[in-house]
Design a protein around this ligand. Structure first.
Ligand SMILES: C[S@@+](CC[C@H](N)C(=O)[O-])C[C@H]1O[C@@H](n2cnc3c(N)ncnc32)[C@H](O)[C@@H]1O
Length: 293
């Protein structure tokens, strides 16, 4: 692989990027050419929205090509164009080969939930002390066990062992909580998510862990469950309060995560008509809130 690097003023970034794309660049990245200097500019949009501008006042544009010849041709074609005025070619250089698989894998180590319960990527052997193990590789859906909210839910599952219970995992992501519930004896598990990719991921991960569960979109949840788990975020959890509470069987447990410590009172108020939520765990500024119905 070879990368062609150039500087472009903000108003040229879009045209130059489109031209590089048309000239067979495999990828194009745009960075602040003044990053890590006093002239660095913050550029970000609202969550989920694109940034307000295409580039920075001085943008570094890096285009990746499969062959050096293609990168050179692109540079030769770009330079005389009107829209290249004000841009500056910095050069073409080979990109050293990386073992991306190994690099990615090296960032995911086994995660301890309790001394005997571990989340272990498939390229690792489980630790000797592990009696319960979820085999899980990072994928598109949230939930590898590295986030405190997931860990607190799994710790709750390990400590409360929902043996023989009907369990609902609402916002299942990778399915990690549903699979954890199955490992600790739950016998009838529904795992739902608004994201179809998460539903597929949950099915794949359940199969890889030899666990039986029903994954689907939220309308798959039906009736009462002895345990309802939802690791989403405070705002959707507040909106979902009547629905989640209605799914908890009398004497059952509601387990909520994705909540920051400072949001505890808002959550208590939202669930007050149905149950009394308590903070039952805390990690890195995140809390686990639970209620017995
Ligand atoms: C933080 S992830 C949690 C994943 C996993 N349960 C865990 O504990 O690691 C939240 C998941 O909830 C899903 N989600 C968000 N809003 C939802 C809603 N209103 N109904 C159902 N799922 C929702 C997201 O698609 C995402 O997969």
């Amino acid at each position: 692989m070879f990368e062609l690097r150039l500087l472009a003023p903000e108003e040229r970034v879009e045209a130059v990027s489109e031209a590089l794309d048309a000239l067979d660049a495999l990828s194009i990245s745009v960075e602040d050419a003044d990053a890590q200097t006093p002239a660095e500019q913050a550029l970000f949009g609202e969550p989920g929205m694109p940034p307000p501008k295409e580039g920075w006042q001085r943008s570094l544009v890096v285009a990746l090509f499969a062959e050096e010849k293609l990168a050179r041709e692109a540079a030769t074609l770009l330079e005389p164009q009107d829209f290249f005025a004000g841009c500056k070619l910095l050069g073409i250089q080979p990109v050293p080969d990386q073992d991306w698989v190994r690099l990615t894998q090296s960032q995911f180590e086994p995660v301890e939930i309790t001394p005997s319960f571990w989340i272990v990527p498939t390229w690792h052997e489980p630790p000797a002390a592990a009696q319960e193990v979820i085999r899980l590789d990072p994928g598109l859906a949230f939930g590898t066990g590295t986030h405190p909210t997931t860990r607190m839910c799994l710790r709750w599952i390990a400590n409360h062992a929902p043996r023989g219970q009907r369990v609902l995992d609402y916002g299942c992501g990778s399915g990690i909580l549903a699979i954890g519930a199955a490992k600790f004896g739950a016998s009838d598990i529904d795992a739902v998510d608004i994201d179809e990719a998460a539903v597929r991921s949950t099915e794949d991960n359940a199969r890889a862990n030899s666990v039986t569960l029903n994954a689907g979109l939220p309308d798959r949840a039906g009736g009462k469950y002895q345990t309802v788990l939802a690791n989403i975020l405070a705002t959707p959890l507040k909106v979902l309060a009547p629905l989640l509470a209605a799914h908890v069987a009398p004497g059952g447990s509601l387990v909520l995560a994705g909540i920051l410590s400072r949001q505890a009172d808002e959550l208590k108020a939202a669930y007050a008509p149905y149950c009394q939520l308590q903070v039952s765990d805390e990690e890195d500024g995140w809390i686990l809130m639970t209620a017995a119905l």
